[in-house]
Structures are given as structure tokens and as C-alpha cells.
Write a protein that binds this ligand. Structure first.
Ligand SMILES: [Fe+2]
Length: 271
């Protein structure tokens, strides 16, 4: 059994990373193996024909898919998924082997504890239509944050892994460079900042920023890369910063990003 983590799917737009060509290991997996998507799942949107096609395609993969919600989700529809207890936390079940890892949960999968908290601010909100292409539920409510803190209290503020869509305020600088922070902090990045200091974790994965980078010693931002839980990109391990990419000047392009389709060369944008 194995657990893998990757970044944003955006419905069918970035689902090709899960194809046999890009993820050959996937063919060898079983439903007892798990692939976690760090937000912007995007396949619970409008029940359109294309979306239903891709949901069936995903259900047909050999593994079980788990996703944290991002900002670009139909949060009203996500909230309507049948909810159940799974691995110690609450999930919304989309299909037999595709599940929404809900906010503020701690799951124990294969002996590892994983804290999840979806949501993020859409930077393109002004071009979106409330209820059709944007939902207020993209940001966690006070009650959701309180419930998350209660769960962490119960766990003694110690988990093995954290999977979120966005990240703490201090991580934005590491992702973009100090003078390239195009998006300021918000209530959620500030809440994550508290976790950065209070929570004992081994490795924190997040998506949203459309980059694949290890951020040693214990953070990893993912988009197209698919990494085994416990590893960062290129097999780097948390705490293993001997050859860390910190040698890169802030904002430098990451050489580990794989460009796998025409048009992929655009600047990373957290959408
Ligand atoms: Fe995204």
C-alpha cells in the first residue's frame, strides 16, 4: 500500500498528470493505495458531460483518489456530498473510490496522521460570477477553523503530515520571493501561520501556486509532480536540506518543474 500526493487538478484541465504516460506507477496501484490532490479538484462543478466523463475516468483508475478542496470548487455541491466517517475523519464521498477530505480533519492512513484544511482566496474573483464560477465557501468559516483547532487540541498539536491548498503567509515569500509576493496575506494564510509555529508536523504539502518545489526543511508545493507521502520533489526528504533549493535566489525558476505540454511555459499562477 502506498500514499501519493499531487497538486491542482482543475477538473479535466490538468488531469493528464494522472495518465499512464505521466504516472506509470499508477498502473501498479490498487484501491488500497491513495492519491491525495492538494486542492482545486474541480470535478464537482456543474455535473456537465465532460465533468461526468472525467469523474468516471478517475473512478476507473486503479487507486483511491482523495482530495482537499481548493478555491476553484463548487463549494455548495461539495457540501451536499454524502458525508461519512473514514479513517478517523469526515469525508464527502463522490464515488466509491473518490473522496473529499474535509476541512479540519485528522485521518490516520496506513499509520500516518494527516491533517487537512482546504480553501483559499481566488485572486481572479472579480472575473467570476457568484454561484456560477465562484463560491463564498472557498474560505473556511470561523466555525470550521474552531473545529480544526479542537481536533488539533485533541491530537496534542502533533500530526505526521499536513495537506492544504494554500499556505501560511511566511511561505508565500518562499514561493515567490520577497519582492514578488503578488498576493498578500488573508485570514487563512494568517491562521496557517499560527499552525506553522504551534503544530508539530513532519512535512506540509500544499498546492494553489502551480509550482513543484521542495521548500526545505519541511514544506513542499506541488502542481504536476506526484510524490510519495513523506517525500518532497525529486525524492528529497524533510529535514534533508544539504542540497536544498535554497541555493536558488528568491523567485528563481525551479528546475524540477516538468513541462509536459505546449503552453505550459506560462508563469505559475495560483488559480
Ligand atoms: Fe489552481
Amino acid at each position: 500500500m502506498g500514499i501519493y500526493v499531487t497538486g491542482d487538478l482543475h477538473g479535466g484541465i490538468d488531469i493528464s498528470k494522472l495518465s499512464g504516460r505521466h504516472f506509470p506507477l499508477g498502473r501498479l496501484l490498487t484501491k488500497d493505495d491513495y492519491l491525495i490532490i492538494a486542492g482545486d479538484f474541480g470535478l464537482v462543478w456543474d455535473n456537465g458531460a465532460e465533468e461526468l466523463y472525467w469523474r468516471d475516468w478517475l473512478e476507473d483508475r486503479p487507486w483511491t483518489t482523495l482530495f482537499v478542496d481548493g478555491n476553484h470548487e463548487n463549494h455548495d455541491m461539495l457540501a451536499e456530498l454524502p458525508e461519512e466517517e473514514w479513517m478517523g475523519g469526515r469525508v464527502g464521498r463522490l464515488s466509491p473510490s473518490v473522496m473529499h477530505l474535509k476541512r479540519g480533519q485528522i485521518y490516520t492512513i496506513e499509520g500516518s496522521t494527516i491533517f487537512t484544511m482546504g480553501g483559499a482566496t481566488s485572486v481572479d474573483r472579480e472575473w467570476r460570477v457568484p454561484g456560477r464560477s465562484w463560491w463564498a465557501g472557498e474560505m473556511p468559516t470561523e466555525a470550521e477553523l474552531d473545529a480544526a483547532e479542537a481536533a488539533l487540541d485533541e491530537a496534542g498539536w502533533k500530526v505526521d503530515y499536513v495537506v492544504t491548498h494554500c499556505c501560511a503567509t511566511s511561505m508565500l515569500e518562499r514561493v515567490y520571493g520577497s519582492d514578488q509576493v503578488w498576493q498578500g496575506s488573508d485570514a487563512l494564510t494568517e491562521w496557517f501561520e499560527i499552525l506553522e509555529h504551534k503544530l508539530d508536523f513532519r512535512l506540509w504539502y500544499f498546492g494553489h501556486h502551480h509550482q513543484d518545489r521542495s521548500l526545505p526543511p519541511d514544506h513542499c508545493v506541488l502542481f504536476r509532480d506526484i510524490v510519495p507521502l513523506g517525500e518532497m520533489v525529486d525524492g528529497e526528504l524533510p529535514g534533508d536540506d544539504a542540497e536544498r533549493t535554497a541555493e536558488l535566489a528568491p523567485g528563481d525558476a525551479d528546475p524540477t518543474i516538468e513541462l509536459d505540454a505546449p503552453g505550459d511555459e506560462e508563469d505559475p499562477m495560483p488559480v
